[in-house]
Ligand binder design. Structure first.
Ligand code: IMP
Ligand code: MG
Length: 387
């Protein structure tokens, strides 16, 4: 089993990498997070945004939403809308763990109200509320929707949140979605499926959500998400042994972005930041918020590589640097190192690529003593250099 992880604050281009890599795998699994994630994939020029459905769906791979995830049925329904004309039924490929926890409208309300005071800048998807309820043993699991008292128990919870925050919670659409889940979605003990795939020699890849520096333990607490985002949590979030893990792909952009609040040492402001936001399309795919941008920080990258045990480093968005004259990296000593851009020339062939381009990639690889396996130079599936 291989794992793909974001080494910064999310939005490094995991979705497009999984979509590219998926052709070599039989199963793509999500093990953490919820529809707070936004994975953008371009397929034949069409843009798809996936939030809880694994990015392997476009390649018609078996897709598992594991026990470590928290699931909003309404998000699955709205994501599926995009696939109306795709020529296959995505629901034939999607399996949801019966042990994953359920995101309800009451959780979303609570997230919205709580963040007004706490100001983490959450995605308001209910994610953190549901993980907190899971840990305090109050949560609803997906398997609970099949129980007779589910509606009654949920309404009592919804009522309590409504009273606590003086807010109205609309549940009709949610109850319809629950009925749809019960009849149309494959809900099962996915741990058996994943382990059987591995036992039978099939290839499984796990798709992390959010980023290493948003991890609940190692991220910039309290400005973090509420799940573990590290490679190690793929095992717990799917119910497999760490013994089966093979390659660990770590993904970084050649610059850094962050949505939401929290520290950001190399952050840029003003004209240059606006330019990178425009060139890179750096707007949150879940919330539409403008992302904060800054230069690559090698110390943080080194830390994330260590925490995840990255075997293969993937660097994305190199095409954005083609359009700048120069750019910077914060080195391991904390000094800013200047690089000349290679300019707007063809960089798709590594052997003939301009020296400036190779120099930058080799700098990262040599400084961190890590193999760079993939470089992304555009958003389409084939705009990827495999080294
Ligand atoms: P939450 O996960 O919605 O509770 O938000 C907590 C923090 O994580 C906020 O700073 C969010 O902006 C950030 N966050 C959550 N999911 C993502 C993501 O997929 N990409 C980038 N940032 C995210
Ligand atoms: Mg994203």
């Amino acid at each position: 089993m291989d794992i793909l992880i974001d080494l910064f604050y999310g939005d490094v281009g995991k979705g497009r990498l999984i979509d590219y890599l998926a052709s070599d795998y039989d199963m793509v699994c999500r093990f953490n997070g919820s529809n707070n994630a936004g994975h953008v994939v371009y397929n034949q020029g069409v843009k798809y945004i996936l939030h809880i459905i694994p990015s392997g769906i476009l390649q018609e791979k078996v897709c598992v939403i594991g026990n470590g995830c928290v699931v909003n049925p309404l998000s699955i329904i709205s994501e599926l809308e995009q696939f109306k004309d795709i020529g296959f039924n995505p629901l034939n490929y999607i399996y949801v763990s019966d042990k994953a926890h359920l995101i309800t409208p009451a959780d979303i309300s609570a997230d919205e109200m709580k963040d007004k005071i706490q100001k983490i800048g959450t995605t308001k998807s209910g994610n953190g509320i549901v993980y907190a309820r899971k840990a305090s043993r109050e949560g609803f699991r997906i398997l609970d929707i099949f129980k007779d008292d589910f509606k009654e128990r949920y309404l009592a919870y919804s009522d309590s949140i409504s009273k606590l925050y003086y807010t109205e919670i609309l549940n009709d659409e949610f109850f319809n979605a629950i009925e749809w889940m019960k009849t149309k979605v494959k809900i099962t003990a996915t741990e058996y499926m994943v382990n059987n795939y591995i036992k039978n020699g099939k290839k499984v890849i796990c798709e992390g959500a959010q980023g290493t520096l948003l991890d609940i333990d190692f991220g910039t607490y309290p400005y973090v998400t509420s799940s573990s985002t590290l490679a190690a949590s793929a095992c717990i979030g799917l119910g497999v042994s760490p013994k089966v893990v093979d390659r660990i792909f770590g993904v970084t952009k050649c610059y850094v972005t962050r949505v939401g609040n929290g520290e950001f040492d190399t952050e840029l402001f003003g004209e240059l930041s606006d330019k990178i936001i425009e060139l890179g399309g750096e707007y949150g795919s879940t919330t539409g918020r403008k992302r904060r941008v800054g230069w690559l920080d090698m110390k943080l990258l080194q830390y994330s590589i260590m925490l995840n045990g990255v075997t293969d480093l993937c660097i994305t968005k190199l095409d954005i640097f083609s359009q700048l004259e120069e750019f910077y990296v914060k080195d391991l000593n904390g000094d800013m190192v200047r690089f000349d851009s290679w300019g707007n020339v063809d960089i798709s062939n590594w052997d003939n690529a301009p020296i400036e381009f190779r120099k930058f990639i080799e700098y990262i690889s040599n400084t961190l003593e890590i193999k760079v396996s993939h470089i992304s130079i555009g958003r389409d599936r084939n705009e990827l250099i495999k080294l």
